[in-house]
Design a protein around this ligand. Structure first.
Ligand code: FAD
Length: 382
């Protein structure tokens, strides 16, 4: 067993890091202040292939793997967590679901433009009354001839402000539990009846697009049913979230490392009581504790990614990685604000943004409590 990244991954990490430093970091504060993602940056990332990392070249992807995607997520999120989630929802929730469950025709039509960066995807599962409990979803899809008619309201759909492809979950059979009666549909943004509300004002990841989506008599051809079989939606959603949690864990590791790097720079320059504050043992010990926590979270995240790449079970590893990394991101960003003192609280320094951004990693793609349900559920406690 070797815990070092092979050279090909180090090269990729270097590429992602350079891009994040040169292109993302300079825009991060402005995008947060404006609560709007920069469309020029989005286009550059599309052009660089960052939206198709783990997908087969045969479908226009980069032909790489989950570990490479994790490295990208980490580097982008070090600079800007909103960039991280934009890539993550597109890749692990929307495109991956088509990759895993789509028919060959669906992959050609829907995955290819997502993997080659022509289009952006989103994942419309959560409803106002159905968050952690996905099975209480009420959106329906009724078959009429060779079409389905979708009606319902989704909330918190990331990327929905600019996404082209909506993966939406709806009940096709209300007489059975959602685990058997839910199906997943591919919907083009321009389909009549699909309305995206203005973005929901938020505490963190404010540059990311996140809105409610209303589906009112949205008619899609039956061929848009993902996988071509009704009743698979719940399984598709759960699988997508299992994989998505690896990306969110990487986002959390990135946020934490980004904040720590800022703090390390700052403590060497800030002088109090005649010495740089880096000379105080409290500062050194805090930084040592935080770097150790980040490394632990990173190792859990890489373990989950490699397990997925190797075709091994990974859902519990993914839950452990997300549970740990999100907690670490919150502890570390809070600790970094403290190390910067009053300047850490000022918006001029990025650690306050990172502290706000860290919180969401404990909530979306399954809350920390849900992660504990997944982990304890694997422990043979009955
Ligand atoms: C910024 C942002 C982006 C998002 N992006 C997307 C997206 O792209 N697509 C999408 O479909 N959804 C998205 N979501 C939704 C997100 O996944 C949900 O918010 C999350 O799953 C929690 O659901 P909820 O908000 O309804 O909270 P609830 O489920 O109401 O939970 C509230 C609290 O109760 C706890 N709780 C609930 N059930 C239990 C239980 N059985 N035992 C113990 N504790 C419990 C939770 O852990 C939490 O602390 C996003 C949310 C946000 C805020």
């Amino acid at each position: 067993m070797d815990f070092t990244l092979p050279q090909e991954y180090l090269d990729l990490q270097d590429l992602y890091r350079k891009f994040a430093e040169e292109k993302v970091k300079p825009l991060a504060r402005e995008m947060d202040e404006n609560e709007k993602y920069d469309m020029g940056l989005l286009q550059e990332m599309k052009d660089c292939g960052f939206f198709g990392i783990p997908f087969d070249e045969k479908y226009g992807g980069a032909g790489s793997d989950v570990l490479s995607y994790v490295l990208c997520m980490e580097e982008m999120s070090k600079a800007d967590a909103s960039t991280g989630v934009t890539i993550s929802v597109h890749t692990s929730l929307c495109a991956s679901s088509i990759d895993q469950f789509g028919t060959e025709e669906q992959k050609e039509k829907w995955l290819r433009p997502l993997a080659n960066g022509t289009k952006i995807g989103c994942f419309s599962l959560t409803e106002p009354g159905a968050g952690s409990d996905v099975s209480s979803a009420r959106t329906t899809a009724v078959k009429e001839g060779d079409e389905y008619v979708i009606n319902g309201e989704k909330i918190f759909t990331t990327n929905s402000g600019f996404a082209d492809t909506f993966l939406v979950f709806a009940l096709t059979d209300k007489s059975v539990p959602a685990s058997k009666g839910m199906s997943a549909f591919l919907v083009d943004r321009n389909t009549p009846g699909l309305t995206v509300t203005p973005d929901i004002p938020r505490m963190g990841i404010r540059a990311a697009s996140n809105a409610a989506v209303v589906y009112e008599n949205v008619r899609v051809p039956a061929e848009n049913l993902l996988g071509g079989v009704e009743g698979k939606g719940f399984k598709i959603a759960m699988k997508a979230l299992d994989g998505g949690r690896i990306g969110i864990a990487a986002q959390a590791v990135g946020i934490a490392q980004g904040a720590l790097n800022e703090a390390v720079r700052y403590v060497k320059e800030r002088v109090q009581f005649g010495r740089p504050i880096a000379a105080f043992q409290n500062t050194q010990f805090k930084l040592a504790e935080m770097q150790t926590m980040i490394d632990a979270a990173r190792l859990l995240t890489y373990r989950a990614a490699v397990a997925k790449d190797n075709g091994q079970p990974y859902n519990v590893y993914a839950a452990m990685a997300k549970l740990t990394a999100s907690d670490v991101a919150n502890q570390v960003t809070r600790g970094c604000v403290q190390l910067l003192g009053g300047y850490g609280f000022a918006r001029e320094y990025s650690v306050e943004r990172m502290m706000r951004d860290a919180k969401i990693t404990e909530i979306y793609e399954g809350t920390s409590e849900v992660m504990k349900m997944v982990i304890s559920g694997s422990m043979n406690l009955k």
